[in-house]
Design a protein around this ligand. Structure first.
Ligand code: C2O
Length: 356
């Protein structure tokens, strides 16, 4: 049977981020404001929200984005849309906040990483996050930026996130400041700095992207991650059930951004704290884009899962109207229906021919 996450407001238990003090959040449960879970309804036909490369936004796009995040940060913490609560979602779904109680296994915790739930869960998470931000600034076409780390032009921390001045709402002090721009990012970073020239690092990064999308992601399971169904224990990072992008470039960027001097590499280096860094959402916007690019490559094996246990797995979120909705994997495979798209850089994909 498909994993079914419970009502996130009432059936949420204390999460455990790991060892290390001081922890920002242990109680990761979103607030209960007395709502019943509703079925998801697709957005009305509206102008598509066009996600933009974070290093190349227009002045207007950047201003809007900052205003929206500023407005989110200004909400009281107990508001379902607050910055803190949006961050808590990630903690609750990843650090033991929920069990498979709806599946009849109240003692088995849910983990939405390290398996085929990775892409769809994060895609839904961003879908609502984007619409909430748009609502906060009254802009129905508001779109998130994406961190274009697969393109040489985007291979550093985007400046708009890194600037500390003027109370930049996109800045987060809990990062590895040694990786501020113009440091070239390393898509193979698992804690060890290397001494490559910028040119070599860029070359290596392109090879990594191609590896994650093509060489190691040649069929559905290797790209998405392995099956994870009701009754299974939470998959671990070392299980071979982790998909190619998740295990590779995705995780490397989390570790590359997180503060190595903090006990749990907060913020980006740990599940519980990742959502406190606005860069998380730009990062995952690009992960979401990788899913789309992978499908668009049109190789024979590049197909979304068709297993009903994947299609019918479901999660609960607060939508932009503060309603609780249940959403299914099968409803996030077509981003057109969800009303968003990606503005693609001109020219061919820079990594398409980057063989080692
Ligand atoms: Cu839910 Cu990039 O992690």
């Amino acid at each position: 049977n498909p994993i079914k996450t419970p009502d996130i407001t009432t059936l949420c238990k204390e999460a455990y981020p790991g060892q290390g003090e001081p922890l920002r959040t242990i109680k990761c449960c979103p607030p209960n404001i007395g709502k019943e879970i509703k079925p998801f309804v697709f957005p009305k036909k509206e102008r598509a929200r066009r996600r933009w490369p974070a290093h190349d936004g227009s002045r207007k796009q950047v201003e809007k984005y900052k205003n929206a995040v500023r407005a989110m940060r200004a909400l009281p913490d107990d508001h379902p849309h607050s910055f803190v609560n949006q961050a808590k979602f990630h903690c609750a779904y990843c650090n033991g906040g929920y069990t498979q109680v709806e599946n009849g296994f109240p003692d088995i915790e849910i983990q939405i990483h390290n398996s085929w739930l990775f892409f769809p869960f994060h895609s839904w998470y961003l879908y609502f996050y984007e619409r909430i931000l748009g609502k906060l600034i009254n802009d129905p076409t508001f779109a998130l930026p994406y961190w274009n780390w697969d393109d040489p032009a985007g291979m550093m921390m985007p400046e708009i996130f890194a600037m500390e001045e003027d109370n930049n709402p996109l800045f987060d002090p809990n990062r590895n400041r040694g990786h501020d721009p113009p440091t070239i990012l390393n898509l193979e970073f698992f804690g060890q700095e290397n001494e490559y020239s910028n040119e070599t690092q860029i070359e290596c990064n392109l090879i990594t992207v191609r590896r994650d999308l093509i060489t190691n992601g040649c069929d559905t399971i290797s790209f998405f991650g392995g099956a994870y169904v009701a009754g299974n224990p939470p998959p671990g990072t070392r299980d071979d059930s982790v998909g190619s992008v998740e295990a590779g470039s995705h995780t490397a960027m989390h570790i590359w951004v997180g503060d190595r001097n903090r006990p749990l590499r907060e913020d980006m280096g740990n599940f519980y704290s990742s959502g406190y860094d606005p860069l998380f959402f730009a990062h995952h916007s690009n992960v979401d884009r990788m899913w789309k690019l992978w499908k668009d490559l049109d190789y024979r094996g590049h197909k979304d899962p068709t297993n009903p246990d994947w299609l019918n797995a479901s999660y609960v979120f607060y939508d932009e109207n503060q309603d609780l909705v249940r959403v299914y994997n099968k409803d996030c495979v077509d981003i057109k229906k969800l009303g968003y798209e990606f503005k693609e850089p001109e020219g061919p994909l820079p990594w398409l021919k980057s063989r080692p």
